[in-house]
Design a protein. Structure first.
Length: 283
């Protein structure tokens, strides 16, 4: 059941289009979210019960996985969304194709986009923006205060440590699609937060992982998504990645896997995720 929520509508924000003049409207809203971080923030702000459907990246909280799914990025179709009867869509920027967005706008749906965070400053920004849009700024401030407390705990832990292990993040989607994360990625940001020497340098975003690159980086630890490990046959499948046997991480069995949304979402749990990673590389 949806609740009455008063939304200060900012108009449709879409790919550089100018905003319409804001208009205050109060009505019952049925919300669809697209993007795991957007979903997590909306839920933390107290609107989880108003979400009627979401996408496949929205795995937290677990109850979201029981909702109807609109799919994933380019797989999303306007017809499927419209069939669910939403009033409002809150989504990551660029998550849906322009054609789908235009169809939804033409059907009269309200859409608001938010930039997916890649670092802690982006976390504070998306919490503030969604809280302001849903007119619950006080709740947004509570979430940010909780994040700040987590970051303080992380800082205290790192001050007590002297080691700075090296690490690389490997993105696996089956044995034929194995990539390594470079600069300007969530992996570099999370590694920096956790007091880790991130070794994916000299390139940006993700590139195919080669044996030569693994040997050159030779990280103390290799980090995977749990879903990535599963896609290559579990921990037993890791040894089949070419060149991995030549790394310190593999020889010392220092392979770490974490939940994808928890690790890369940079949502309200970002400080907890960074602390967990920081401790994992210092056991």
């Amino acid at each position: 059941m949806t609740r009455k929520i008063s939304l200060f509508l900012f108009g449709i924000i879409l790919f550089g289009c100018s905003e319409k003049r804001p208009e205050a409207v109060t009505k019952e809203y049925k919300i669809i979210t697209a993007g795991g971080t957007v979903t997590e923030v909306v839920n933390e702000l107290g609107f989880g019960d108003d979400i009627i459907a979401t996408d496949i990246t929205s795995t937290y909280p677990a109850k979201m996985q029981a909702l109807p799914s609109i799919g994933y990025r380019n797989q999303i179709k306007a017809e499927g969304i419209l069939a669910l009867g939403p009033d409002l869509i809150l989504a990551e920027e660029g998550y849906m194709s322009p054609d789908v967005v235009n169809q939804l706008i033409a059907a009269g749906l309200q859409i608001r986009f938010f930039e997916k965070p890649k670092d802690i400053s982006g976390t504070y920004k998306i919490v503030t923006e969604i809280a302001d849009f849903l007119e619950v700024p006080e709740k947004g401030n509570e979430i940010k205060a909780s994040i700040e407390a987590d970051m303080k705990e992380l800082g205290n832990y790192l001050q007590s440590q002297t080691s700075k292990p090296s690490m690389a993040f490997v993105m696996a989607r089956g044995m034929e699609m194995v990539f390594v994360a470079g600069e300007e990625t969530f992996a570099e940001s999370m590694g920096n937060m956790a007091g880790i020497n991130y070794v994916g340098k000299g390139f940006k975003e993700f590139i195919p992982l080669t044996p030569e690159a693994l040997v050159a980086m030779n990280p103390d630890f290799l980090l995977f998504f749990e879903s990535g490990i599963q896609s290559i046959g579990g921990m037993d499948g890791v040894k089949n990645i070419r060149g991995i046997e030549n790394t310190s991480a593999f020889r010392k069995n220092q392979i770490i896997s974490m939940d994808g949304q928890y690790l890369s979402g940079f949502g309200p749990r970002v400080g907890k995720a960074a602390l967990e990673l920081a401790k994992a590389v210092r056991k």
